[in-house]
Write a protein that binds this ligand. Structure first.
Ligand code: ADP
Length: 637
């Protein structure tokens, strides 16, 4: 199994993808900062080196100054030696040594890192400082020797000089040694070069003179001994003086080499300084060159990463949304393509499952709808056939029924001869049943006409007050017959004139009142007309204190041929069409009918009709077809 990293990444949750993006950006920023830091440290190192080299150079200058001073002191000492004698020169030598001591201390400081520079670094530098130091020590010790030699020398009156002069003075007391004495004194006091050459000759002449003199042999021997003492002392003095000159010469060379050395050291430090400066500038330049590139790369990668990540995250969501909206438009064959392992992918997969289920249900629904349509069409057709059948049958029944009624009227009027009591009774029953049958046939005809919209409403102005009064009069005999009271009420808020098909409204009221009287044995029946201006409607309310309607029957009584079953109803006769006709008429007038009832206590039927006061309004509210009701009735029955 090979692992495809891109595929692997796609299957990670969005959280991981985002973390990855941030991680890459952070890493880049880290690299950038490290680079920055590296350059910074290089610059800082170069700066430190620069400072150190500067300080060292300054110190080296100071050391150099010490030696320049020492050299000056030496020169002074030489002059003092000639002009003021050796003691003063010795003092100068001591001064020169002080300068050497100070320089030595400074070098030691520089080498040991005790100066503020810290450890001054590389081996080469250390070696240079060590050589310098050795040289200074050499210089110091030479100065010491020089000083000792100078101190040992003295002049014609003291120390080595005195040793040379004193024996000659003793000789001079008894024998003329003036020539030698003069040269020796000159030399011991001022180191005269000519004296150096003349003194050996003077010593030889003096010896010869003593030999040739007429002095006693003892005296000659004593004087020669004194002369030898002076000679020996002179050779010691000469040696000392040679050493002195030699050392003076060495001092000069040493001083010069020290100064050269220090100058070299300073030059080295200067070179170091220049190098450090170059390094610093280099680092700075690199920083200026590469930093924008680094920042640019970081920015570019961040932007690209952000775009790519957001594309990876949002584009599946967008395609999911697009697919969803297309599916919502009914394209159930579509499926979400992205089903990667992240959240959106999983959402897509679940979405596909859901679409599958919806598509199945949709197909089922379509099938059902199709079946339903066929059933509805069949039902409509059946209703139409039934209506036609009923209309035809009723029509066909009316003619023979009218004939039967006519014949029974003729029989009762004894147009075909006299009838006995029993015949009269049966003929009356025949007529009564004929009339009931005719009423039933009329009702059926009426219902079929309303259902097939073969009746037309004729809206016209009418007075609701007159309607109520007329009803009261019309029902009076029925009320009297059953010893019931009939109360009427007319809402004063109701307009005097309303627009409507008065004849049809009357038919509705008659139906309701007839039922009220039919199903009430004691108490009262009331008829009320009320206005409902807020709803723009008016009400006709028929209330009775009769047998009432059980809750389960409240809806079915409005269907054709449906009655609340039971002996009481059956005892009261009826076809079960009255309320069906009433409801269809009310609907035709854009109203509705409802019933409230308390079983055993009475019922209230309420018809709500639109409140129309001008003909123009009535035109806007044309009655709707009660066709569906007939279909419903078919369903129900
Ligand atoms: P019919 O009265 O000819 O039977 P209707 O359609 O007028 O037919 O009424 C249907 C049934 O509704 C009645 O048979 C009766 O059971 C019930 N009904 C109607 N009006 C009332 C009423 N006022 N009180 C009690 N029952 C009623």
């Amino acid at each position: 199994m090979t692992l495809n990293p891109l595929r692997w990444f796609e299957n990670r949750p969005i959280r991981v993808k985002l973390l990855f993006g941030f991680g890459v950006i952070l890493l880049l920023m880290l690299i950038q900062n490290m680079f920055n830091y590296l350059i910074y440290t290089t610059t800082e190192q170069a700066r430190q080196t620069l400072l150190a080299a500067q300080d060292e150079a300054t110190m080296a200058y100071e050391i150099s100054a010490q030696f320049q001073n020492a050299r000056g002191v030496m020169a002074d000492a030489s002059i003092a030696f000639i002009l003021e004698g050796l003691d003063t020169a010795v003092a100068y030598y001591n001064g020169s040594q002080t300068h050497g001591q100070v320089a030595l201390e400074m070098i030691d400081n520089l080498a040991s890192g005790e100066s503020e520079l810290g450890d001054t670094g590389d081996a080469e530098k250390r070696a240079a400082l060590a050589a310098l130091r050795a040289n200074v020590i050499d210089y110091d010790s030479t100065i010491g020797l020089l000083r000792d030699a100078a101190a040992a020398r003295g002049d014609s009156e003291s120390r080595l000089g005195g040793d040379v002069v004193a024996p000659l003075r003793e000789i001079n007391e008894v024998f003329d040694a003036e020539a030698a004495l003069t040269w020796v004194e000159r030399y011991t006091n001022s180191v005269s070069q000519s004296a150096v050459l003349e003194i050996p000759k003077a010593f030889t002449n003096l010896q010869n003179d003593i030999e040739a003199s007429d002095l006693s042999d003892d005296e000659k021997a004593r004087l020669k001994d004194l002369l030898n003492q002076s000679r020996t002392a002179f050779s010691v003095l000469l040696q000392n003086d040679f050493g002195l000159f030699e050392k003076l010469d060495k001092m000069n060379t040493l001083s010069q080499s020290l100064i050269d050395q220090i100058n070299d050291y300073v030059a080295d430090r200067k070179a170091e300084q220049a190098e450090a400066l170059e390094k610093q500038e280099d680092a700075q330049a690199r920083r200026e060159r590469y930093l924008p590139v680094m920042v640019g790369i970081t920015l570019l990668v961040s932007i690209l990463l952000a775009i790519e990540l957001s594309r990876r995250i949002t584009s599946p969501v967008r395609s999911l949304t697009e697919t969803a909206s297309q599916i919502a438009n009914g394209n159930y064959d579509l499926r979400v393509e992205n089903t990667t392992g992240d959240e959106v992918g999983r959402l897509g997969a679940s979405f596909n499952v859901m679409v599958e289920a919806i598509a199945q249900r949709e197909a089922e629904l379509l099938k059902q709808t199709h079946e339903l349509r066929i059933a509805t069409a069949k039902a409509r057709e059946a209703a139409r056939v039934r209506r036609e059948f009923l209309a035809n049958v009723s029509h066909e029944l009316r003619t023979p029924l009218n004939a039967i009624l006519g014949f029974s009227d003729g029989l009762l009027m004894e147009m075909y001869g006299a009838l006995n009591e029993k015949q009269l009774h049966k003929t009356r029953r025949l007529r009564e049943n004929g009339i009931r049958l005719l009423a039933l046939v009329d009702d059926i005809l009426d219902l079929t006409r309303i259902e097939s919209r073969r009746i037309e409403l004729r809206p016209a102005p009418f007075s609701p007050g007159h309607l109520v009064d007329r009803m009261k009069q019309q029902m009076k005999s029925l009320a009297d017959e059953k010893s019931l009271t009939l109360d009427t009420h007319l809402d004063p808020n109701l307009p005097d004139s309303l627009i409507g098909d008065e004849q049809r409204i009357e038919q509705v009221v008659v139906n309701l009142l007839s039922n009220a009287f039919k199903f009430t044995d004691q108490g009262s029946v009331s008829l009320a007309a009320r206005a409902q201006p807020e709803q723009n409607t008016w009400l006709i309310e028929v209330k009775d204190t009769g047998i009432g309607i059980p809750p389960h029957a409240k809806d079915i009584i409005f269907e054709e041929f449906r009655q609340v079953d039971g002996s009481s109803t059956r005892a009261r006769k009826g076809s079960g069409l009255g309320l069906a006709i009433t409801r269809n008429l009310v609907r035709l007038m854009n109203g509705h009918i409802g019933v409230e009832s308390d079983l055993g206590r009475g019922s209230t039927f309420t018809v709500t009709l639109p409140l129309i006061t001008s003909i123009n309004e009535s035109e806007m509210t044309v009655g709707t077809s009660p066709e569906l009701d007939s279909a419903g009735a078919v369903d129900g029955g």
